[in-house]
Design a binder for this molecule. Structure first.
Ligand code: AHM
Ligand code: MG
Length: 325
C-alpha cells in the first residue's frame, strides 16, 4: 500500500511553503525526541533532572533534553518560541513581522509516565502574525482562534504525528526504515456520541458540583439519568488520551477543582488546551472550559492554565449543560 508522505499531504492541501518548512522542522525535532525517549533507559535519562520548571513541577531529564532539541531545530520563519519548560518567551527575531510564526509547545507532555514506559508526546500550536509586534512577552498572548496549525507527536508503540493545518486532521506514522512520516490515518473524525470518559477520579472530593454530578450520573449507567453504561480511561498523558479520542471518540476532562483553582486549572492554555482544542474541533468534536469555547479564551499569560473538557461533540454539550444548570 502506498501512503503519502507528510510533504505530499501538505502539498495536496495547498499549504504555504513557509508553513510546510516549519512543520517539517517540527517533524524532524519530534523524530529526534522519539529517539531520545526510546534510548532513555540506556542513557539514564528517564528520571528527574533535579530542577523545577516555571510551573514549580519537577523536570525529568528528558523534559529538558526534549526542549533543547525542539528549540534547536524549530526556527524557520519563527519570531518566538513559547515552551512549557521555559519561563520567558524565547525571541528568535529582533523585529517580528507580519507573516512570522509564533510556536507554542510542550516538549514532552505526560513525562511522569516515562519511567513506566507509557505513551508521552510533544504538543505544538502555530500562530502566524498578521502585523509586526513589539518584542514583548505580552505580545504572544494570542487567542486560540488565531492558530493556523496545531498537532502533537505521540511516542508510543509507534511514533505518530497528528496534525491539522485547518482542513481536517491527518495522522502520520513514523516509518522506522525510511524515517519518513507516512499518512496512515487520513481525515480522523471524532464520533459525535460516546460512552467513554477520561478523568482523574482520585480528585473526586475536589471537583466542583457540576463535574461531580456528571460523573455520578455516568457511573449510574443504564439505571441512571444517562440511560447508558459508560467506560472509563485515564492515561495521565493528555497526548495518549486525546489520541484515543481522535481514534474512537470519548471525552477528556481536566476540570478546575479545589486543588488547582488558585492556578485556574491544571492544563496550560497556549501549548496544551489550544492545540488540542483546534485538533478536536477540526475532527468534528468540541473543546470547552465547561463555560465556553477554549479557543476563545483571551490569554492573560503565556503559562496560563484553564479547565479542559474536550472530545465527542454531543457529550461535551451535555457537560456544558451540567455547568449551566
Ligand atoms: P505535564 O505537561 O507536566 O506532563 O502535565 C500534563 C499532564 C497531562 O498529560 C495529563 O493529562 C495530566 O498532566 C495528568 O495529570 P494527573 O497526574 O493529575 O492525572
Ligand atoms: Mg504538558
Amino acid at each position: 500500500m502506498h501512503q503519502k508522505t507528510l510533504r505530499q499531504e501538505l502539498d495536496a492541501q495547498g499549504t504555504d511553503a513557509d508553513l510546510t518548512r516549519l512543520i517539517e522542522d517540527i517533524a524532524v525535532a519530534c523524530a529526534r525526541i522519539a529517539d531520545r525517549v526510546r534510548h532513555g533507559a540506556f542513557a539514564g535519562t528517564l528520571g528527574a533532572a533535579g530542577t523545577e520548571n516555571v510551573q514549580g513541577e519537577t523536570q525529568k531529564e528528558l523534559d529538558v533534553i526534549s526542549d533543547e532539541i525542539f528549540a534547536g531545530i524549530v526556527s524557520s520563519g519563527v519570531a518566538a518560541l513559547v515552551s512549557e519548560e521555559v519561563d520567558t518567551v524565547n525571541w528568535l527575531k529582533d523585529k517580528p513581522q507580519a507573516g512570522d510564526f509564533i510556536v507554542y509547545y510542550d516538549p514532552l507532555d505526560g513525562s511522569s509516565n516515562l519511567d513506566v514506559n507509557l505513551s508521552v508526546g510533544t504538543i505544538f500550536s502555530i500562530v502566524r502574525l498578521d502585523e509586526a509586534i513589539a518584542r514583548d512577552d505580552a505580545a504572544v498572548r494570542i487567542a486560540g482562534t488565531r492558530q493556523i496549525a496545531a498537532g502533537y507527536a505521540i511516542y508510543g508503540p509507534s511514533t505518530g504525528l497528528v496534525l491539522t493545518v485547518g482542513q481536517g486532521v491527518q495522522g502520520f506514522t513514523h516509518h522506522p526504515g525510511s524515517g519518513a512520516f507516512l499518512l496512515t490515518a487520513p481525515d480522523m473524525r471524532i464520533p459525535e456520541e460516546t460512552q467513554e470518559f477520561a478523568i482523574n477520579a482520585s480528585r473526586y472530593d475536589k471537583w466542583e458540583p457540576p463535574v461531580r454530578t456528571y460523573i455520578d450520573d455516568c457511573l449510574r449507567g443504564a439505571n441512571g439519568p444517562r440511560d447508558k453504561t459508560f467506560n472509563m480511561r485515564w492515561c495521565a498523558s493528555m497526548v495518549a488520551d486525546v489520541h484515543r479520542i481522535l481514534t474512537r471518540g470519548g471525552v477528556f476532562l481536566y476540570p478546575r477543582d479545589a486543588g488547582n483553582a488558585a492556578q485556574g486549572g491544571k492544563l496550560r492554555l497556549m501549548y496544551e488546551a489550544n492545540p488540542m482544542g483546534l485538533l478536536v474541533e477540526a475532527a468534528g468534536g468540541a473543546a470547552s472550559t465547561g463555560r465556553g469555547r477554549i479557543l476563545e479564551v483571551s490569554p492573560e499569560g503565556h503559562h496560563q492554565r484553564v479547565p479542559v473538557i474536550l472530545g465527542s461533540k454531543a457529550e461535551v454539550a451535555v457537560i456544558e449543560e451540567y455547568h449551566s444548570s
